[in-house]
Design a protein. Structure first.
Length: 686
């Protein structure tokens, strides 16, 4: 049977991963290149094996093999083929196999690189990646087998890896179907991107551990993994952005981010990963913060595993989480083991990680990057405490006391504001030495145009003082970034006697990391406009009205026109759609069609909001409930979300900026290191 073959392949791959880790250690201890090469080849073999297992699972998903419990739980005959394929990561067992498949692919790419300069890293990179792979495969082998099949026994129908004594195979006629919430295009792409980000961060962690074990305390490990870290951060960022859009389109509460525990679980490694991307530049340029960078990459790895644990253990309630599972203690034990080993290695090598230079000025770029990292970790502490507080409260009081969005927003808002201010100041500082006087001279020019924005916002009716401060900070960051870029381009234009546009393009292309970072900062400021608008100025109303009646929200009038309900048998869904007329300032501006979809296979509904979107605002209408035609009543919930589309515009700009920054070029790790004795002046290329 294909199911038995698929499970056998997972078991063989699990054994290979353990073999690879053990033989790599033995090869290093015995200084045997043959054993290390054997470990490398064993690791390379994991990818084709898991690809075959994944192909078998996808075949069963596509062909409605409902005797396999995982297929039964996530598919149905009415689902289109593309949804059946993406159901691979729509359930517990399949998503764990997907995690392992990605990790095997990434470790194969790494072990195929040229190791001539870094041969001593190889066995320990194999050990870390193989141990991580073996752990995730063990979850499939011992707890969550995606190929388990249904059998009828005297105790009833249940899923078994092996046929139980006296068991009779059961083949259901129909599956339960994928959760309707997971059928949204954003949710199809969102989990793989998060997994790509999670798995990519395993590689820098493996090299960091290899550097500690071997005593290579220079920045070589960071240079090798710079591109991996950047792509990991990019995938994680994309996953978060798509998750926000999914929440806005599907969950029906008019927002994009609810500080849900699993949302935060994905956000926390993003915070430490972002901090690492900033501070590793200080290590490369100034030979500083070596301890700090090791801690950050260890934290990122631990938080990646912790986030996966929260999603799959069922210890916290979340719209994103899977059901209760026995794998929680396994995750907790693995996190504890890897964290203890990492800290022990760090303590062992602590004296050898001493900085090559000292921080000489509190107004230098070095200092501002460090302050920025402390702010990232402050957000991490707030977020981590909010996530684990229900567990702590249950431990001491016997009740789970959850922490809501107001806690996170009040605690993090001033931190984010300070972070934005530093984002604006840092580009005008210098590496090494800098003074308050030189910084002030550089800042006043871009500050003046930034002041016009809150004035304009106030005159336009935005009188909330928090919003005005936020708008100023947005304008300040953009103004400083443009000012520094234009100033640098003019300097190059004078030096090379070329056109300004030519200087600008060459400056950006030859300093992709710096100016890609600038584009990312501007994109985030555009997103901040949308966040400020929806968080500070969102209004809502709800009411039940009959045909011909209206609801009022601010300048908008919503008139209930009609409702209709019909089945689409080939898709296994019933659509109930309302028609509403929209008026703004008593002027007709069009119709919207909010609806409710009912899926027969899963017996679940999904609310589809109707949106009227402009740069100024979103009118977001939900059909909450409706009554038969005889009663002609319907309940609507309406949100007015000012400026929210700047969040999505900024998100698109962020994607383009990240691609520009991460686009492959010559290996930066092979470029000569600049002399660290001299400070780099503001406006110079990084």
């Amino acid at each position: 049977m294909l199911a038995d073959l698929g499970f056998a392949i997972i078991v063989i791959t699990f054994v290979l991963a353990l073999y690879s880790a053990i033989i790599a250690i033995l090869g290093e201890r015995k200084k045997s290149p043959i054993l290390v090469e054997s470990a490398r080849r064993a690791q390379l073999l994991t990818f084709p094996l898991l690809t075959l297992a994944a192909a078998i699972l996808i075949y069963q998903l596509i062909n409605n093999k409902f005797d396999v419990s995982f297929v039964y739980e996530v598919t149905s005959r009415s689902m289109p083929t593309y949804l059946k394929i993406t159901a691979w990561w729509g359930g517990q067992a399949g998503s764990l196999l997907f995690w392992s498949w990605l990790l095997s692919a990434f470790t194969s790419i790494v072990t195929l690189r040229n190791w001539d300069r870094d041969r001593e890293f190889l066995p320990w990179v194999i050990v870390v990646s193989s141990v991580t792979l073996a752990f995730f495969l063990s979850l499939n082998v011992f707890f969550e087998n995606p190929f388990a099949r249904f059998y009828q026994t005297i105790d009833g129908v249940s899923a078994y890896t092996f046929k139980p004594a006296g068991g009779v195979p059961i083949i259901p006629d129909e599956g339960q179907g994928l959760n309707p919430l997971l059928r949204h295009p954003g949710m199809i792409i969102h989990p793989p991107l998060l997994y790509l980000g999670y798995v990519s961060f395993v590689i820098p962690f493996a090299f960091a551990i290899a550097a500690l074990v071997t005593g290579r305390t220079d920045d070589r490990w960071a240079r090798i993994t710079r591109r991996w870290t950047l792509w990991a951060w990019m995938f994680l960022s994309l996953g978060l952005v798509l998750g926000a859009r999914w929440a806005y389109d599907v969950l029906g509460w008019g927002g994009y981010w609810g500080w849900d525990p699993v949302e935060i679980a994905a956000f926390m490694p993003w915070l430490t990963g972002t901090a690492f991307l900033h501070s590793v530049m200080i290590q490369e340029k100034r030979g500083m913060l070596k301890h700090w960078n090791m801690i950050l990459i260890m934290l990122t790895y631990a938080l990646v595993i912790f986030g996966t644990f929260l999603t799959r253990s069922g210890v916290l309630s979340s719209v994103h989480a899977f059901a209760q599972s026995a794998i929680g203690p396994m995750f907790f034990g693995f996190i504890g083991m890897t964290f203890i080993v990492s800290i022990a290695l760090l303590i062992w090598r602590w004296p050898e990680l001493k900085s090559e230079t000292e921080m000489k000025s509190m107004f230098s770029r070095d200092a501002f990057f460090l302050f920025n990292n402390l702010l990232f970790l402050s957000v991490l502490v707030v977020s981590f405490w909010g996530v684990i507080f229900p567990l702590v409260s249950e431990l001491f009081t016997g009740q789970k006391i959850t922490v809501g969005p107001p806690f996170y927003e009040r605690a993090n808002a001033p931190i984010f504001g300070t972070m934005m201010a530093l984002m604006g100041i840092a580009p005008l500082t210098a590496w090494g030495k800098s003074t308050a006087l030189t910084l002030g001279r550089a800042l006043w020019k871009p500050t003046i145009p930034a002041l016009f924005i809150p004035v304009w916002a106030y005159l336009s009716g935005y009188t909330n003082w928090v919003a005005l401060i936020g708008f100023f900070l947005v304008a300040f960051v953009i103004s400083v970034t443009l000012y520094d870029t234009i100033r640098s381009a003019h300097a190059r234009q004078r030096a090379h006697k070329e056109k300004f546009t030519t200087s600008l393009l060459r400056l950006a292309s030859r300093n992709r990391r710096r100016y890609g970072g600038y584009l990312i900062h501007i994109s985030m400021m555009l997103m901040a406009i949308g966040i400020l608008g929806i968080e500070l100025f969102q209004t809502e109303t709800q009411g039940t009205i009959s045909k011909g009646q209206s609801l009022q929200l601010g300048r908008y009038t919503i008139n209930y026109n009609d409702v209709a309900s019909w089945d689409v048998p080939e898709k296994g869904v019933n659509h109930t759609r309302a028609v509403v007329d929209i008026y703004k300032d008593n002027k007709y501006i069009g119709q919207l069609y909010p609806r409710i979809d009912y899926y027969f296979d899963s017996n679940q509904t999904m609310t589809i909001p109707a949106l009227r979107s402009t740069l100024q605002d979103d009118l977001y209408i939900l059909l909450v409930d409706w009554e038969p035609v005889s009663a002609s009543g319907a309940t609507f919930k309406i949100f007015h979300n000012p400026l929210v589309n700047w969040l999505w515009i900024g998100s698109l700009a962020l994607i383009a900026s990240m691609l520009f920054t991460a686009w492959p070029d010559k290996d930066p790790s092979l470029r000569p290191v600049r002399a660290r004795k001299h400070a780099v002046q503001p406006g110079a290329a990084d």
